[in-house]
Design a protein around this ligand. Structure first.
Ligand code: 5GP
Length: 205
């Protein structure tokens, strides 16, 4: 069977450490561009206050998640901070078949898997200005235990060290600027020469 994702430029992978502000930036972009769609992931994590089943995630038990893996219903999946997360394949196939652009907001291991299945997907990494700033943001969110924060920070170090694997890296030091830079990356034809913006960090140290 041919791989419907192999040449798809309509897949956009958005990765960055937990707490970097990916969700807030994405909500702004999706608010401005209703033609973009966000893939809803499956997870074994418990819902946070305010999170809605089918909107933020499909909240599954571990055995339900494992059944999806066994039936090859996930495009990619990974364990993150003790929970499983994955991208349901069928809704994505439906969107891609309709020529729609879909954003996957996923962690590093998943992004690496997507790189194998969909090498033409645009891979974007969003980085914090510093690890200290990231810790402050995670603590302010107040939704995680100390142990969970420690796991997320350890993972953040690994993710930041892998930023160079991505097509584009953006440092989220200013919300408005990050949204604008991301729009330039996603809609280069509306902004003149692709990738010409000096605000796109070409490399992270
Ligand atoms: P959170 O628990 O904060 O919602 O998400 C934790 C991490 O899991 C984030 O880095 C998020 O991007 C990632 N994540 C969310 N959905 C998926 C998914 O479907 N696959 C993978 N690989 N990671 C995901």
């Amino acid at each position: 069977m041919s791989n419907p994702f192999s040449e798809s430029k309509n897949l956009i992978v958005f990765t960055g450490p937990s707490g970097v502000g990916k969700g807030t930036v994405l909500r702004a972009i999706l608010g401005h561009h209703p033609e973009l769609h966000l893939s809803v992931s499956a997870t074994t994590r418990s819902p946070r206050p305010g999170e809605v089943e089918g909107k933020h995630y499909y909240f599954l038990t571990r055995s339900q998640f494992e059944a999806m893996v066994a039936q090859d219903e996930l495009l990619e999946w990974a364990e993150f901070a003790g929970n499983l997360y994955g991208t349901p394949r069928q809704p994505l196939l439906d969107r891609i078949a309709q020529g729609q652009r879909v954003i996957l907001e996923i962690e590093l291991e998943g992004a690496r898997q997507v790189r194998q299945t969909a090498p033409d997907a645009l891979q974007i990494f969003i980085a914090p200005p510093s690890l200290e700033e990231l810790e402050t943001r995670i603590r302010k969110r107040g939704q995680d235990t100390d142990a969970a924060i420690a796991r997320r920070l350890a993972r953040a170090k690994v993710e930041i060290a892998s930023a160079h694997e991505f097509d584009v890296q953006i440092v989220n030091d200013n919300f408005e600027r990050t949204v604008k830079t991301l729009e330039e990356v996603l809609f280069p034809n509306s902004f003149g020469a692709a990738g010409a913006s000096p605000s796109i960090a070409k490399a992270l140290r």
